[in-house]
Write a protein that binds this ligand. Structure first.
Ligand code: ZN
Ligand code: ZN
Length: 308
């Protein structure tokens, strides 16, 4: 049974409550400036010893940002005694979470709508309203890498961290759990439809018929998915994520060509498309240099465009 954890309204007590429930937390300054690493962990220091944060053995419990996250009540007490106003950060993957982060200021609400039109309404789960009117949907980590920012205004937060209620947002609002002061650790799995295709279960979840629009025949319809709607960045990203293993390069090049065409017509932001596609490329296993070269060549070889 999923028991809610009552979260006190003040930050030090809330941090302790999360930790007592087994959630690893760490301090985050209001301005997000990181706390200093010890000299052995500080790349600028002459005493620096090269190592990865996850393998750190310096013994100082505050090094490496969210890698310092802990459930140790003594350390948490000390941190928030020193800085009672510090926000509460929680690393996502380390806590077993993958978080869909919707930022309405950057078009996230529209992207979420486009996403749900395509894959169906996302499964209900633990949600947090960020102090800046954004939304966090917390799912259980799929155990695979996810693209970081696949759509405008939407992040898949997995390797990073989120702030937890009642942290204070830069805009002055407080983070809050949807539905009240209780936090329910997420029990719903990350939606399979949002995994790169290679990581999806063999027996796929039912897909809406509308997905067939991603099978684009040659000819005059190339600027838009079948059905007449214009390609938008999420479509291009999905096209790459849906490609079968042997077809990833082609699918990426095809999407890059559409991106360049549409941006030449002023119908799409090339920078956004590039960010989304590079992110999708990484999640399906293309290297950054491969993807970058392909994206650039799509711009300079219009004669080849359409060879999907
Ligand atoms: Zn250190
Ligand atoms: Zn270290």
């Amino acid at each position: 049974m999923n028991v809610g954890i009552r979260i006190p309204a003040d930050l030090p007590a809330a941090a302790a409550a999360y930790a007592a429930a087994g959630i690893k937390v760490f301090r985050v300054r209001r301005n997000k400036a990181p706390y200093a690493n010890c000299p052995r962990c500080d790349k600028q220091s002459s005493l620096y010893i090269q190592h990865r944060p996850e393998g750190c053995q310096c013994g100082v419990p505050t090094c490496h940002g969210f890698w310092a996250a802990t459930t140790d009540p003594t350390l948490i007490h000390r941190w928030w005694k020193e800085e009672p106003d510090a926000n509460i950060g929680a690393p996502c993957k380390i806590n077993g979470w993958a978080v869909l982060d919707v930022d309405p200021r950057n078009g996230g609400t529209k992207s979420l709508q486009a996403l749900e039109n395509r894959v169906g309404v996302l499964p209900g789960t633990t949600m947090q309203v960020t102090g800046g009117d954004g939304l966090h949907m917390l799912y259980r980590s799929p155990g695979y890498d996810l693209p970081g920012e696949p759509f405008p205004g939407i992040d898949f937060k997995h390797n990073g961290y989120i702030l937890l209620a009642p942290s204070l947002h830069a805009s002055g609002g407080r983070y809050q759990w949807a539905g009240g002061p209780e936090f329910f650790p997420p029990t719903t799995a990350w939606p399979a439809a949002l995994l790169p295709r290679k990581e999806r279960p063999a027996a796929p979840v039912a897909r809406p018929a509308v997905r067939s629009r991603f099978v684009i025949p040659g000819g005059r319809t190339q600027g838009r998915p079948r059905g007449g709607r214009m390609w938008v960045v999420p479509d291009l990203v999905q096209h790459v994520m849906d490609a079968s293993e042997g077809n990833r390069n082609n699918a990426f090049f095809f999407a890059a060509c559409r991106a360049h065409e549409l941006s030449e017509q002023g119908l799409l932001d090339l920078h956004e498309a590039c960010a989304g596609l590079m992110s999708a490329a990484a999640s399906v296993g293309l290297t950054e240099s491969e993807a970058r070269a392909s994206f650039d060549s799509a711009a300079t070889r219009p004669g080849d465009r359409g060879a999907a």
